[in-house]
Design a protein around this ligand. Sequence first.
Ligand code: ATP
Length: 235
Amino acid sequence: MPTPLLETRALSAFYSDFQALFGIDFEISESETIAIIGSNGAGKSTFLKALAGQVSSKGQTLRVGGVNRGGWRAYEAVQAGVALVPEGRRLFASLSVEENLKAGAYCRRSGHWTLERIYELFPDLVSKRHNPGTALSGGQQQMVAIGRALMSNPALLLCDELSLGLAPKVIRDIYRAVPRIREHGTAVVVVEQDISQALAISDRVYCIQEGRVSLTGRPANLSRKQISEAYFGVR
Ligand code: ATP
């Protein structure tokens, strides 16, 4: 078995004394695409933030490339090659598209992604490069948010709700980028509310329910019944 790119054992996460995640076991390999599904408030965003060092987590084993990590802060995650596309895109309003993209390169590893290659991935952004990041459609803003994360040349790209608030055609355009990103060796984790979309793009799926993994497997091996039981907690 190849060493996973990143794995967690018994990862728990907290907001002050509120526990949002309970003992999550997870692993992802190079070039793999994993979808995280689950209902509102299940803990999906918290899990991505824990992987990106943005919420406090305890009692976990977090191994990156087979090496145990102790503390895991946001800057250590970026240095180790983990980049987050946050829910709601969070572009810098006072910066242009190009400046937003360059902001993602402040802690840059060597690799495939350059400004030119981001524009090849998302040609819609070329004519907008000098526009303010916020003067774009929702889909274009999402492209900038993905491009900004790619500018650090991550080994692992974490995407939180890429399809939120977007029209179906725009969602298809955005998701077309995922296989092209993994072609260059980057593993991708996508949090997605749309179960069909999640199953269509992923090698494996984790369902989270009330802060725990309720189901995991390859889409072809999971029945609709198993998924809805794991998603909604109904039997
Ligand atoms: P959604 O699809 O609605 O974004 P989610 O599955 O991503 O849901 P999280 O946002 O991870 O869920 O929330 C998990 C739990 O943690 C919820 O009970 C939520 O209310 C709580 N929570 C999230 N953010 C905070 C915070 N900043 N402070 C306190 N509790 C929080």
